[in-house]
Ligand binder design. Structure first.
Ligand SMILES: Nc1ncnc2c1ncn2[C@@H]1O[C@H](COP(=O)(O)OP(=O)(O)OP(=O)(O)O)[C@@H](O)[C@H]1O
Ligand SMILES: [Mg+2]
Length: 265
């Protein structure tokens, strides 16, 4: 006779850290993930302070209460898939997978989330070394603070003990390329100066194309080679986050270029 037994599926605690590092091999991706989380939380302003060994991202979004913090540390939560619009500005939320927090994990030794929502304020610290010390303990400390710990609702994430130094211009480029800077009521300030969205001036042809997957909208921008940055030329660029299916294709022309008229997008 056949018998069936059940065995548990388990995950080694240290795997949480290796997953993070493998998912986000380009450790600078944390900046895009954090800014986009602030956008999803209806922040109008995100202030980033980059120092040699730390990065701080402060937003004035809705913040989190205890439930929200538990949600933060849930891996693979599909919350934003079901709550795909933000409550205040009805933004199309960018987050989908519930794994963005791994990007912070991959970039530093320790990160702190300080948040306030109404009468609740709290701080959670995730320290890799502490995490590794206790193989069977799956909790992390939450400090409950008086609401005055922050002036207003919102969230501050601090990354400490960075794996490497991040150059300001690389951080800025990542933000320009990967966050919805053009969205209304949304501003990102990096070490005191407001980041301007990329604007390309050239002949613009709007695109609206029905496809089996729904309409694709966007624009084709035609501009001289000299006006297309190397980065544009390599990657094209798309307004991820502005709307799901909005794309920008860049066509550039020049005198001698072997690549003339090549399109990317
Ligand atoms: N700045 C923030 N303000 C308020 N809530 C936040 C903030 N950052 C994260 N959260 C909460 O923590 C959850 C986890 O964030 P995380 O970035 O890991 O996943 P996600 O944004 O849902 O999806 P994705 O993996 O695609 O980024 C979010 O769904 C949100 O509920
Ligand atoms: Mg996210």
């Amino acid at each position: 006779m056949q018998t069936v037994e059940y065995i548990p599926v388990t995950v080694d605690k240290s795997h949480i850290i290796t997953i993070g590092e493998r998912l986000y091999t380009e450790s600078i991706e944390f900046i895009r993930e954090l800014v986009n989380n602030a956008y999803d939380a209806d922040a109008t302003e995100v202030k980033i302070t980059v120092k040699k060994d730390s990065v701080e991202i402060e937003d004035n979004g809705t913040g989190m209460d205890k439930e929200g913090l538990i949600q933060y540390f849930n891996i693979g939560s599909q919350y934003k898939l079901y709550e795909s619009k933000s409550p205040i500005y009805k933004r199309d939320r960018i987050g989908q997978f519930g794994i963005g927090k791994f990007a912070s994990l991959a970039a530093c030794r320790r990160f702190e989330v300080l948040t306030r929502k109404g009468g609740f304020a709290g701080r959670v610290v995730f320290d890799k070394e502490e995490w590794e010390k206790t193989p069977s303990e799956w909790t992390i400390p939450l400090e409950i603070l008086p609401p005055e710990a922050r002036e207003h609702d919102g969230t501050t994430v601090r990354l400490l003990g960075l794996q490497r130094e991040f150059r300001l211009e690389d951080i800025e480029a990542k933000i320009i390329e990967g966050t919805p800077l053009k969205a209304p009521n949304f501003k990102v300030i990096l070490n005191g100066h407001t980041i301007k969205p990329r604007s390309l001036s050239g002949h613009t042809i709007p695109v609206l194309e029905g496809t089996p997957f729904g309409p694709v909208t966007g624009e084709i921008i035609i501009l001289p080679e000299t006006a297309a940055s190397t980065e544009n030329r390599e990657h094209g660029y798309r307004g991820k986050g502005e709307t799901g299916n909005h794309h920008t294709w860049i066509l550039w022309y020049g005198n001698l270029g072997k690549d003339n008229g090549k399109d990317k997008g």
